[in-house]
Design a protein around this ligand. Structure first.
Ligand code: SAM
Length: 283
């Protein structure tokens, strides 16, 4: 897959941070350990690896339940990663989903996963920046963005670009790690190795950018407690081991993952950052 020619150097840094070669082989071998093949794999088998945000599938389900998605919808996934949330929506609500993501390895792997699950007719993934998406004006009537804004400094143009491709009245859900108090953020974290590529902002910055782009904010929710419960559950599961652990965030994340996750949990526990939801409607 070719790299998008107009990528900025910040976008190169982000794509490099997430790049992971040989992902499809690692996922196939994890499935084999679970007694599954590419013909028998289900959406649920992949959820530990293809939902790359705090709370995994549960967080996706709880956010999407607020969007009233139907089979008639064409939904945009901003920063789709491996496409787990997109496939989940297409399967559950029978809608169409189009995703964009900077990281070629994720897009290539995600497209293969869509084929394995027979969802390639309803889910398409494109290698592109969220700041210049390959879609016409007013293409979508719903959109969401899960754990992506922590890598995007220009939230104003991000919101304008999302507004451009949404129809009037469309709902947009954000679920990002946001800054919730002053204090020193520890590095590395899962989205950035150093502070140079950390673009975490507070909910106020998101809300201003959304409102300037013509969105009305409908709701806001801090998911700190949900996040801490999720991490406690992950720890218990990892201590229990077994085949359930064959696929997971370890499949996606590099060798710094233990430090990244520990630092993120410390900062969430201290109240400096938290995963937060925002639901907005384009006027
Ligand atoms: C933590 S992962 C989340 C992936 C996916 N949303 C999920 O929840 O499974 C962050 C993703 O954002 C993508 N990303 C970061 N900045 C981006 C940008 N400017 N345009 C498109 N994708 C971006 C990265 O490539 C990465 O796949």
């Amino acid at each position: 897959m070719t790299i998008h020619p107009s990528r900025t150097s910040a976008e190169h840094t982000v794509a490099h941070h997430y790049a992971r070669g040989g992902l499809i082989e690692v996922i196939e071998s994890g499935l084999a350990q679970m007694g599954k093949t590419t013909d028998t794999v289900t959406i649920d088998d992949l959820s530990a690896v293809d939902e790359f945000h705090i709370g995994g599938r549960k967080a996706t389900e709880e956010l999407m339940a607020q969007l009233g998605i139907t089979a008639a919808d064409h939904v945009l996934d901003v920063g789709s990663g491996l496409g787990g949330p997109a496939r989940f929506l297409a399967d559950r609500y029978k809608c169409r989903v189009s995703g964009v993501d900077l990281t070629p390895d994720y897009v290539e792997t995600g497209l293969r996963l869509c084929q394995w699950l027979g969802l390639d007719d309803r889910v398409t993934l494109h290698q592109s920046s969220a700041l210049a998406m390959p879609f016409q004006e007013a293409t979508f009537n719903k959109a969401y963005m899960l754990h992506v804004g922590m890598n995007i400094e220009d939230k104003e143009n991000l919101c304008l670009e999302i507004a451009r491709v949404l129809q009037p009245g469309a709902l947009f859900a954000v679920y990002d790690v946001m800054r919730t108090a002053e204090g020193e953020l520890l590095f590395p974290v899962p989205w950035a190795t150093t502070s140079d590529s950390n673009m975490v902002s507070g909910p106020e910055r998101y809300k201003r950018a959304l409102e300037r782009a013509g969105f009305e904010i409908l709701s806001e929710r801090n998911r700190k407690d949900f996040a801490l419960a999720y991490f406690a559950e992950l720890k218990a599961r990892s201590l229990a081991g077994g085949v359930a652990g064959s696929l997971g965030l370890h499949t996606l994340m590099g060798e710094k993952r233990q430090d990244q996750i520990r630092n993120m949990i410390t900062c969430i526990s201290n109240g400096i950052i938290a995963p937060c939801e925002l639901i907005a409607r384009k006027a």
